[in-house]
Design a protein around this ligand. Sequence first.
Ligand code: GDP
Length: 521
Amino acid sequence: DQELEDESDEDLEIRPPVVTVMGHVDHGKTRLLDAIRQTNVVAGEAGGITQHIGAYQVWTEHEGYERAITFIDTPGHEAFTAMRARGAQVTDMAVLVVAADDGVMPQTVEALNHAQAAGVPIVVAVNKVDKEDANPAKIRQQLTEFGLVAEEYGGDVMFVDVSARNGTGIENLLDAILLTADAGLDLRANPNKDARGVAIEARLDKGRGAVATVLIQSGTLRVGDSIVAGTAYGRVRAMSDENGVAISEAYPARAVQVQGLSSVPRAGDTFLVTEEDRTARQIAEKREAVERNAQLAKARKRISLEDFTRALEEGKVDALNLIIKGDVSGAVEALEEALLKIEVDDSVQLRIIHRGVGAVTESDVNLATVDNAIIVGFNVRPDSKARERAAREGVDIRFYSVIYAALEDIESSLKGMLKPEFEEHQSGLAEIREIFRSSKVGNIAGVLVRSGIITRNAKARVIRNGVVVGDNLAIDSLRRFKDDVTEVRDGYEAGIGLGKFNDIQIGDEIETIEMKEKVRA
Ligand code: GDP
């Protein structure tokens, strides 16, 4: 966007949308990506052998024009979120695959949460409509609950029935993608400048060294260009496309595999072309140093539940983002429901940005990183990757095995109740031995202090046979003989006036109370 602002309109040319396919496991993401690829009859695949390089482009006829669409072909939202965690917005749109015979499942919801969090429009592919028990209408209905309302129901989300197996509905899906892109997205880029983009996949090849697939986001990448991708740098020695065909130039929204980098960049690393080789290396080295510091700073900055409460008390935050993971959906729902019922000040917001069943995954941690959320695990634990990443990023994961304990913790945080709790503490105990009746100052109790110290400014309580008969009483007067004193120690006699409280009897006890800070576990 920054770049769009820097450029005048006439420099910008329309570019293909970049699309990610997400959805529940086994709903047909992989098969759909294959089916889409097979419809690609327009582009010449001559001589090429299909290569999985992390993305491919298909051409389709749309309203009389040949249009291209780029698909990221690592199905699933994990890669998507991992890239987003590095600050890279790679995709323009998400295709949410839902099997018509199975319906909305936990990962369907997870995928749509991720897409919505990224703010990208969604096209729903209702897959497996060839199956006997397929119920595409039910999918449309189920998804309205999650804010995806089909056009035929008066909403603005396009639903397309497809069968990845039979290859039906694929053209309609491509049309829906282009219609959605044209309706809501400004997909333009300047091809006439040095390339910039994002690495979407990379590996070390025995023969060829580091090979990285980069998605060009603006400009044109050419063989011979000096580039820096994350902390890797080098000259583009060779480029090839998803058909294994060598190419010399790559335009915006095109993904190409490049050779010639010094090391393997990570998915989500940005790349750019530099004028000189030396500059690329310098940028790479600088990035490495910056990254190291940023990692440290980020880990320090990330909020824990305690930090949140403290910040809330100081008026520095107003929203707590939560991710809830649990062992069974019932528990997750119950916890979510209970959390949303907590009554807090209007100025504080609780946002449950994602919920799901199963272990805390790396993808959960990534989402927590992007949106500065705290993860609540109910009867679940993180997998090892998630644990590692959470430790590295400083993400707070809280585990509970009883719902009320989770509720109590979060509720007190939302109310800014980190402040120490106080508990009462008996400071002195005295026994009433005599009573001096006075109509002027009220009754005066003649006491013997039995233990501790009776202090003038403490609160008093009157106890008769173990039962409290007067509570929270102010001590009006405290005297030794004729003198006003501030305290009387055990073993001494004194006169205590409790003001208007006259219901005292010989043998009653007077206890004085102090509030003391409760020691936290
Ligand atoms: P993924 O886990 O979402 O990538 O799902 P896959 O693409 O691996 O598909 C899971 C299973 O569903 C495989 O056995 C596919 O053959 C099957 N499948 C996928 N699409 C369809 C379809 O349109 N119709 C039918 N009948 N089966 C499908």
